[in-house]
Design a protein around this ligand. Structure first.
Ligand SMILES: [Zn+2]
Ligand SMILES: [Zn+2]
Length: 303
């Protein structure tokens, strides 16, 4: 073989190796993470069962069986829009391990007309609908998507959902993306309901401290385990035991080291263990705290 042919061969091999690495990464992104070592007593405080492949009673049961095998005994499935909300209420009726939260997501706030308001109020009368959520403010999407409600429309819908939580006595589950100050201002001005849950908490230590001082509950997702989340881990450390929850927000935000792969409620123990490590407690004690908090906050029946 001539020298040039050898070089060409080596280059071709190099290209092949790059392609196969790419293919491997692509394959990995579709591959579900392996089961974690079981961690009993956990509740997934925020997930989206329909987006995780839940369609009918059988597929929902399969997702919840899988979760239960690793210690996640109950989940709160959360709606983004009215179609999703109707589905979440049904799913909560299909399986004793599923509970629903209903609201119009801030990005869908423009859909909050009189019919939607009346229907959400009816849904909240169902004992298996345990929270008003997710509502709040999303300042990330308005400039990036024509379909997203404008910030003032979001704020108006948020105020209505705050009032709904107060009237029904159910917790307010908050979505906050890049809107810390406006969101805290509106809550203070309106007067917060008895229980406020900051879902997928993503603020810094100052926002965390402000929420703690106001008595809000901070729910941490897989993001707390990400390599670049040092500040979020500081926030997770300062929250008192009674004010911390854990959630998957599945199918998104899969915990480290499976970031980018599909998420489901059975992945929750990875994030619970990340929280245990941050807070310097053992895994079992952390799981007891997280599970007890979720059952108290959402007033879930004992099983
Ligand atoms: Zn959210
Ligand atoms: Zn969500």
């Amino acid at each position: 073989m001539s020298e040039t042919a050898e070089i060409a061969d080596a280059e071709a091999a190099g290209v092949a190796a790059t392609e196969s690495n790419k293919a491997a990464r692509k394959r990995r992104r579709r591959e579900p993470p392996p089961d974690p070592v079981p961690l009993p007593g956990l509740v997934d405080a925020h997930t989206h069962l329909a987006a995780c492949g839940g369609r009918d009673p059988e597929s929902v049961r399969a997702i919840l069986d899988h979760a239960e095998q690793v210690g996640v005994g109950q989940v709160i499935t959360v709606a983004d829009d009215m179609i999703d909300a109707r589905w979440a209420v049904e799913a909560a009726a299909w399986d004793h391990r599923a509970f629903a939260a209903v609201a119009l997501h801030p990005t869908h706030a423009g859909e909050l007309d009189d019919d939607a308001k009346a229907e959400l109020e009816r849904m909240l009368a169902d004992p298996r609908v345990v929270a008003v959520g997710e509502t709040g403010l999303d300042h990330y999407w308005p400039s990036r998507s024509d379909d997203c409600a404008a910030p003032d429309v979001q704020a108006e819908a948020f105020r209505w959902h705050i009032d709904l939580a107060k009237r029904t006595g159910k917790p307010l589950m908050i979505h906050n993306r890049e809107a810390d100050a406006d969101l805290l201002d509106i809550l203070a001005a309106e007067g917060a309901p008895e229980t406020v849950i900051m879902h997928c908490f993503s603020g810094d230590r100052n926002v965390a401290q402000e929420c703690v001082d106001r008595g809000y509950v901070l729910s941490f997702a897989g993001t707390v385990s990400f390599a670049n989340a040092a500040e979020l881990r500081v926030a997770a450390e300062i929250v008192p035991d009674e004010q911390v929850l854990v959630e998957t927000d599945a199918p998104f935000l899969t915990p480290h080291p499976y970031r980018g792969q599909p998420n489901q409620s059975y992945c929750l123990p990875y994030t619970a263990r990340a929280l245990a490590e941050v807070r310097g407690v053992d895994d079992a004690a952390m799981a007891r705290i997280l599970g007890a908090n979720a059952r108290r906050v959402y007033r879930l029946p004992l099983r």
